[in-house]
Design a protein around this ligand. Structure first.
Ligand SMILES: Cc1cc2nc3c(=O)[nH]c(=O)nc-3n(C[C@H](O)[C@H](O)[C@H](O)COP(=O)(O)OP(=O)(O)OC[C@H]3O[C@@H](n4cnc5c(N)ncnc54)[C@H](O)[C@@H]3O)c2cc1C
Length: 353
């Protein structure tokens, strides 16, 4: 088999890159070893504002413009809804936070999302004595459903192999690559938190963060907006809410832990004063980079190997834009912005090789 591209890993990064390939009529094969487990797009929220400090997240506003049309096009492709806009209500903790909210909501970019008025509405069972700040133009992408739909579509066209990529079977020549029976011009690695297993790109400084979430049912609460305090409580319909998330920089397992559950419940009970029951737990690993920027670019020595990773905590927003950037770098020799280019870690490669 001869293709233009082999894409290794089919999470959000791999999917976004495949969309670029299809648009450009490039031939490709995807290899992914995660056919049945739900994707690691565990939260799926899009929100370009950092709600701890009331500041815009890095390039999130700009990247969301790209991402929004990307998901809209996929809604058309599969005749399904993937974008679920909702408002977020941030519980304000003091008069000082109320003032900070009002000041921030007047600033460029922020004013697209933060409404200036403080909402004093009382919601039975929710403790918020200083009221809420309201965010609009935010919501959730049904990433798990989108990935499953795209996987089925690729499988139906024989464009997805369910397998673990074996790095030892890769033969690299100057102009082409062979992998088992496949010949390709380029390999794009988008393995998320598994990048440490990739001998070509494991020099990149990932600092992955395990995250856990609870799915709860609150029979006496029916709201259609997200509440944000020290945890998020996101509505999922039928009185169910997703509560999260934790950050654990040491444990790299996909096991749910009692400690995370305790932490989430303790934070939840600070504002939720209604009985609830835990329906499920969810675990994921965020592919976070030391400097909190994505990893985009070609290998320092083998330019026909490229990486698309480092989606961190905002994969839903950044995946479409960085996939476009990588595609244009490979095909059209466009320069990759320094902040996301793997070239910023060139010295680590030289040191280790
Ligand atoms: C608790 C939690 C909550 C989150 N909430 C949000 C949120 O609300 N909004 C948001 O935008 N982001 C959120 N994120 C982050 C988001 O989930 C990630 O940014 C995103 O899923 C990363 O996508 P990815 O494609 O890089 O990696 P992944 O989704 O991990 O995909 C990588 C794929 O590659 C496969 N793979 C790896 N190695 C190989 C190999 N050798 N051979 C074959 N296949 C391989 C893996 O099995 C996997 O299928 C959250 C993360 C966590 C943990």
């Amino acid at each position: 088999m001869q293709v233009d591209y082999i894409v290794v890993g089919f999470g959000l990064a791999g999917l976004a890159f495949v969309v670029e390939l299809e648009k450009a009529n490039k031939s490709f094969i995807v290899i992914d070893n995660n056919p049945n487990r739900p994707s690691r797009v565990v939260g799926g929220m899009y929100n370009p504002i950092i709600l701890k400090r009331f500041t815009p997240a890095w390039q999130a506003h700009e990247m969301w413009q790209v991402a929004h049309s990307f998901y809209k096009e996929l809604e058309k492709k599969f005749s399904k809804e993937y974008l679920f806009p909702f408002e977020i209500r941030r519980i304000l903790q003091s008069v000082e936070e109320q003032n900070n909210w009002v000041v921030a909501s007047d600033k460029a970019v922020m004013c697209d999302y933060m409404k200036p008025d403080i909402i004093q509405e009382s919601i039975a069972g929710i403790k918020a004595p200083f009221g809420f700040g309201k965010l609009i133009n935010v919501g959730r992408v049904a990433g798990e459903m989108l990935l499953e739909d795209y996987k089925s579509y690729l499988l139906s066209k024989n464009l997805l192999k369910i397998d673990t990529f074996d790095y030892d079977s890769l033969l690299i020549n100057e102009k082409s690559i062979s992998y088992k029976t496949i010949k390709a011009k380029q390999v794009v690695f988008s393995e998320g938190s598994y990048i440490h297993q990739n001998p070509f790109f494991n020099y990149l400084p990932m600092q992955v963060a395990k995250g856990e979430l609870l799915v709860i049912e609150v029979p006496k609460l029916t709201i259609d907006f997200t509440i944000k305090s020290s945890v998020f409580m996101v509505p999922f319909g039928n009185n169910q809410y997703v509560v999260g998330a934790t950050y654990n920089w040491k444990d790299k397992s996909f096991d749910a832990t009692d400690l995370a559950q305790q932490e989430l419940e303790e934070k939840l009970k600070r504002f939720l004063k209604l009985p609830y029951r835990i329906v499920a737990t969810k675990v994921g690993i965020r592919p976070t980079v030391k400097d909190r920027r994505p990893l985009v670019g070609q290998h320092p020595k083998y330019t026909n190997l490229a990486v698309l990773n480092g989606l961190g905590t905002r994969g839903v927003i950044i995946a479409p834009a960085i996939a476009k950037t990588l595609f244009n770098a490979i095909e059209n020799k466009h320069e990759i912005p320094k902040e996301m280019s793997v070239e910023r870690f060139q010295s680590l490669y030289t040191d280790n090789n």
